[in-house]
Design a binder for this molecule. Structure first.
Ligand SMILES: Cc1cc2nc3c(=O)[nH]c(=O)nc-3n(C[C@H](O)[C@H](O)[C@H](O)COP(=O)(O)O)c2cc1C
Length: 160
């Protein structure tokens, strides 16, 4: 029985996630994109995963540099999510963003809920995406900020 792809997309769209911006560095080059496919994998050793579309610009940079950072967006950062997801002016994504550099060299974005600096532990090609497992080397968290949510193509947040 052939799978109805639109139905599959609709189902996965109903799954509610947080929103992150995954950043990467290889040499002098930096880039980043909005990613919702992020989850914790292991506590010992500390591992997380992100799924990157093979056709994205970010994927080859992670592959080349072997590092990435996950920036977990706050409820008021939907515009930043859109900026890092847009295919327009993608080389200008960091313009006007007061980012700092993690130890691995990956950009850390300001005013987020949390950030994790990671070294690639393993990469698994899976269909049109690559699953990057990252060993977490450093974290930062602002417990007073609440996360941006994404469901059915719409942003939201937890009611306080
Ligand atoms: C809320 C949201 C979540 C997204 N999640 C992912 C994801 O998990 N993995 C992915 O590869 N792209 C994801 N995207 C799409 C990328 O952000 C988008 O294709 C981006 O333009 C890729 O940038 P790049 O090609 O310059 O790296 C998401 C977009 C949005 C708006």
């Amino acid at each position: 029985m052939a799978l109805d792809r639109d139905a599959f997309k609709q189902v996965m769209g109903r799954w509610t996630t947080g929103v992150t911006i995954v950043t990467a560095r290889a040499g002098d080059a930096i880039h980043g994109m909005t990613v919702s496919a992020f989850t914790e994998v292991s506590l010992e050793p500390p591992l997380v995963l992100v799924c990157a579309d093979k056709s994205s610009n970010t994927h080859p940079l992670i592959a080349e540099g072997g590092v990435f950072a996950v920036n977990i967006l706050a409820r008021n950062q939907a515009a930043l999510s859109d900026k890092f997801a847009s295919k327009q002016d993608e080389h200008l994504r960091f313009e006007g963003v007061d980012w700092t550099m993690a130890e691995t060299g990956s950009p850390i974005l300001p005013d987020t809920v949390a950030a994790l600096d990671c070294r690639v532990h393993a990469a698994h090609e899976s269909g049109d995406h690559v699953i990057y497992l990252g060993e977490v080397l450093w974290t930062r968290c602002d417990p007073d900020k609440s996360v941006l949510l994404y469901s059915s193509g719409t942003y939201g947040d937890f009611k306080a």
